[in-house]
Design a protein around this ligand. Structure first.
Ligand code: ARG
Length: 448
C-alpha cells in the first residue's frame, strides 16, 4: 500500500527533487483543523449513503476527532515527508485504525477539500483581524481621552495648514479602521463553504446525505463557525479563489491605513517635528550611535506594504487566465494568503498596545501653533463674516501675509494703520482673538 493518495497508474517512483518541489505540507499544515472538518462531514455523509457502516463511521470519526484535538491543543506536528495536509491526515488515520482508513477518501477529491479548507481559513482569519481592529480602534480612543483638550497642527501637502483638535486628528484613523471593519464584516457574512464537488463534476453522494451530516455536526466546530452548504456549482467551487483575492485586497487596504499612521508617527517623533514621544519598549537603539531611539516598529509596518501589496498581485497573477477548473498553480495561493494575514494580524496587535503609550509633547505642539500662518484661513473667514466676498478676503489676507513675511513682523504686531491698508475691516481689536487654537477650532461648526 502506498502512503500517497494516488499512484496506481504510475510505473515509476516520483523524482525526489520534484517531490520536494511540489509538496505543500510545509505551509498547508495550517489548514489541518478545517481539513478535519471536511473529513468529519464527509464520513457522516458516506455513512448516510450506506457506503460506510455505523461502526466504520464511528471508528473513523473517533480517529479524526483525536487528531482534531491534537490540532486544537497545539500538539499537532506536521509530518514533513507527507505531500500535503490531506495526505498527512490520511496517514495519521491509517496509523490509528489501519486498513479502514482507505475508505476515508471514498468519492472525494483534494480539490473539494482544499477549496473548503482555504475558505474556512479566510473566514477564521478575517474574524481574528476584525477582533484585532476593534482593539485598535479602542486604543486610539484611549490615547485621544488622554489628551481631551489638546490641539494638533493639521497639514496638507505636509505644509502647515490649519489647527485641529488632537482627537479630530486621531479619529481620522479610527474612521479608516472602522471602514476596514465594515468591509471585513460583510466579507465574513458573505462566505459559505460547500462540500460535494468531487474533483470537479460533483459526487455520487446525495446532497441530502451532506445536509444530514451538516445537521448532525451543527455546533461541533470551532466557536466562529463558517456557514457550510450544498455545492451550487461544482466547477466554480473547485476553480475559484476570488474569496482569497478579496481577503488579500482588504488586508492590503488595512496595510495602507497602517502605513499612513506609521509615516505620521515616524515624522512626528523625529526631532524635526518633535510632537510625539514613542513608548520605548516599541523602539530600538543603534549599535553605533548611543543616543538613537529608532521608530523601528513603524518603519517595518510601513515597509511591509511591499510584501502585503505584492501578495495581492501574486495571487491575482497566479489566477489570471487559468482554464477551468482546478489547476495546481492554485496551490500557490497559500503562502501569500498566510503571509499577508500574519503580517497584518501582528501589526494590528502590536499597534493596539503601542498607541496608548504615545506621549504628546504638548509644549512643542503649542510652540508650533503660535505660527500665525495656521490662522490665515480663519482671518479670511473673519472678513467673510463682515460681509466681504471670499475671493476679496482671500486676496487681502494673502497680501497681508506676504507683507508680514517680507517685513518679518508678526501680523499681531502690526498697527491698525498698516492693517487697514489691506482691508478696512482688519483692526487689531477684532482680529487678535483669531490667533488662538481654541478660537480656530470653535469656529468650525460642521463637526460633531
Ligand atoms: N496542495 C493542493 C493545493 O493546495 C491541494 C489540491 C491538490 N489537488 C490535486 N489534484 N493535486 O491546491
Amino acid at each position: 500500500m502506498t502512503n500517497k493518495l494516488w499512484g496506481g497508474r504510475f510505473k515509476k517512483k516520483i523524482d525526489p527533487q520534484f517531490f520536494q518541489f511540489q509538496k505543500s505540507i510545509d505551509y498547508d499544515y495550517l489548514l489541518a483543523e478545517y481539513d478535519i472538518y471536511h473529513s468529519l462531514i464527509h464520513v457522516i455523509a458516506l455513512n448516510k449513503s450506506e457506503i460506510l457502516t455505523d461502526s466504520e463511521c464511528d471508528r473513523l470519526l473517533k480517529a479524526l476527532c483525536e487528531i482534531l484535538k491534537e490540532v486544537q491543543t497545539g500538539g499537532f506536528k506536521p509530518n514533513n515527508s507527507a505531500e500535503d495536509i490531506h495526505s498527512d491526515i490520511q496517514q495519521r488515520v491509517d496509523k490509528k485504525i489501519g486498513k479502514l482508513s482507505d475508505k476515508l477518501h471514498t468519492l472525494r477529491s483534494r480539490n473539494d477539500q482544499i477549496a473548503f479548507d482555504v475558505k474556512w481559513f479566510c473566514f477564521s482569519s478575517a474574524v481574528m483581524v476584525l477582533e484585532g481592529l476593534s482593539s485598535l480602534i479602542e486604543s486610539f480612543s484611549v490615547l485621544s481621552d488622554k489628551y481631551p483638550k489638546s490641539f494638533m497642527v493639521g497639514y496638507t501637502h505636509l505644509q502647515r495648514a490649519q489647527v485641529v483638535t488632537f482627537s479630530n486628528y486621531l479619529c481620522a484613523y479610527s474612521e479608516m479602521f472602522k471602514r476596514d471593519c465594515l468591509r471585513l464584516d460583510n466579507y465574513v457574512k458573505s462566505l459559505t463553504a460547500s462540500i460535494g464537488s468531487g474533483a470537479l463534476a460533483g459526487s455520487a453522494i446525495d446532497k441530502k446525505c451532506y445536509a444530514q451530516a451538516l445537521k448532525e455536526l451543527l455546533g461541533k466546530f470551532s466557536k466562529d463557525s463558517l456557514n457550510v452548504g450544498p455545492v451550487l456549482n461544482s466547477m466554480d467551487n473547485v476553480a475559484s479563489r476570488d474569496f482569497v483575492v478579496q481577503f488579500l485586497s482588504y488586508l492590503a487596504i488595512i496595510q495602507m491605513n497602517i502605513s499612513r499612521f506609521s509615516e505620521d508617527a515616524i515624522l512626528y517623533s523625529s526631532k524635526e517635528f518633535n510632537f510625539f514621544d514613542l513608548p520605548e519598549e516599541f523602539c530600538t537603539g543603534s549599535s553605533l550611535m548611543p543616543h538613537k531611539k529608532n521608530p523601528d516598529f513603524f518603519e517595518l509596518a510601513r515597509g511591509y506594504s511591499g510584501p502585503v501589496y505584492g501578495n495581492l498581485v501574486s495571487i491575482l497573477t497566479t489566477m489570471k487566465a487559468l482554464p477551468l477548473t482546478y489547476n495546481r498553480d492554485m496551490q500557490l495561493d497559500k503562502q501569500p494568503l498566510f503571509s499577508s494575514f500574519e503580517i497584518v494580524r501582528d501589526e494590528i496587535a502590536i499597534l493596539s498596545r503601542l498607541v496608548p503609550g504615545i506621549t504628546l509633547k504638548e509644549d512643542n505642539i503649542n510652540r508650533a501653533l503660535l505660527d500665525e500662518m495656521l490662522y490665515a484661513t480663519e482671518l479670511a473667514e473673519y472678513l467673510v463674516s463682515c460681509g466681504v466676498a471670499f475671493k476679496d478676503a482671500h486676496e487681502a489676507i494673502g497680501k497681508l501675509i506676504r507683507y508680514s513675511q517680507d517685513k518679518k513682523i508678526q501680523i499681531k504686531d502690526l498697527s491698525d494703520e498698516v492693517l487697514t491698508k489691506f482691508h478696512n475691516k482688519l483692526v487689531k481689536k477684532e482680529i487678535i482673538k483669531i490667533f488662538s487654537p481654541e478660537w480656530a477650532v470653535r469656529s468650525k461648526k460642521s463637526l460633531p
